[in-house]
Write a protein that binds this ligand. Structure first.
Ligand code: RIB
Length: 320
């Protein structure tokens, strides 16, 4: 799947999204017409692509970010973030046709959340722009993309990765129509259990994480060679050429799950790019994702390599 099994830091290109997130704790969802008091307002950089890029960098990879920002002051938060985290911005584009993306993240008392986003400038990422990152992609060990950008841009990134023998990873979040186009171009598909159900037109409210094995098998049969479904505290399910299996997760006291999936995807990409076997890569990603639930916020909660390695040792040696 990947060309490289080298010991030096891998290179990951993230073709993705950036948002300025407005986060608030709420006791429950309001009903129509109701004003509800929230608390703990926080404004911070986010967006699945940016979170993934930061996590890849903190886990030791060289990272290129390909995406679009507006020309407004909110874009400054992205520029500052990428500078601080050492993320390459050679193919970071700007548009005056839309504002920088914005996310509203509502956090519930149990640590779970809902997100509403206006992707705005992110929707201006075109396949042509992704073509301008072709040489970065060619030199990468893995390409990671999500669906907070146009499907055509995500598709081009996967096509270019495949063309150059680079591992192509699609995190189909949010789960939107049109993913069929990506079949045949994706090496690893990584929905969460809600997104996985939605991709098969199964009512996500009716699909439990227990159904994930069957759903992963079906998605694989539909044309995705390796499918990894994240199931929160229940770990993750793998379906690939070796069959299906569940990889138990690392247990943590979750305070905020926002960005945990992005961290999982980044860790998976880094581990695959390092040449780790898929099961070990998922174990590593489980630990990274679990650690990202232990602090409030996205970027603020993304762990560093040594923390993930320590959690990996304590979690999986205890299971043996
Ligand atoms: O996955 C978490 C991210 O999803 C948040 O940063 C929010 O902006 C949404 O894009």
């Amino acid at each position: 799947m990947t060309r490289h099994t080298k010991k030096t830091a891998p290179t990951i290109t993230v073709v993705g999204s950036f948002t300025v997130d407005m986060m608030m704790r709420i006791p429950r969802l309001p009903v129509y017409g109701e004003t509800l008091l929230g608390s703990s307002f926080l404004q911070a950089p986010g967006g699945k692509g940016a979170n993934q890029a930061v996590a890849c960098a903190r886990l030791g990879a060289n990272v290129n970010y390909v995406g679009v920002l507006g020309m407004d002051s909110m874009a400054e938060a992205a520029l500052e973030l990428f500078r601080q985290e050492g993320i390459g911005t050679e193919c970071l584009f700007r548009t005056d046709e839309a504002a920088t993306g914005v996310g509203f993240v509502l956090q519930f008392p149990d640590g779970n959340n809902v997100c509403l986003t206006d992707m705005a400038a992110n929707q201006h990422l075109s396949a042509d722009m992704v073509d301008r990152a072709a040489s970065l992609i060619e030199e990468s060990d893995a390409v990671l993309t999500c669906l907070e950008i146009p499907t055509d841009a995500a598709l081009r990134s996967m096509e270019l990765a495949r063309k150059h023998g680079v591992c192509s990873i699609l995190n189909p979040a949010p789960a939107i129509a049109g993913i069929e186009k990506l079949k045949g171009h994706v090496d690893v598909l990584t929905p969460n259990h809600v997104e996985a159900a939605a991709l098969l037109n199964i009512d996500p409210d009716a699909a439990t994480s227990a159904d994930a094995v069957a759903i992963a098998r079906t998605l694989r049969e539909e044309g995705f060679p390796a499918v990894i479904i994240t199931c929160g505290e229940d770990g993750a399910v793998i379906a690939d050429g070796c069959g299906e299996m569940r990889v138990l997760g690392a247990k943590v006291q979750a305070v905020d799950t926002t960005g945990a999936g992005d961290t999982f995807n980044a860790a998976l990409a880094v581990a695959i790019a390092e040449g780790k076997p898929l099961v070990e890569a998922v174990m590593f990603a489980n630990c990274a994702g679990a650690l990202a639930c232990m602090k409030v916020g996205c970027v603020a909660a993304i762990p560093y390599r040594d923390e993930v390695e320590e959690r990996f040792r304590s979690t999986y040696s205890a299971m043996n």
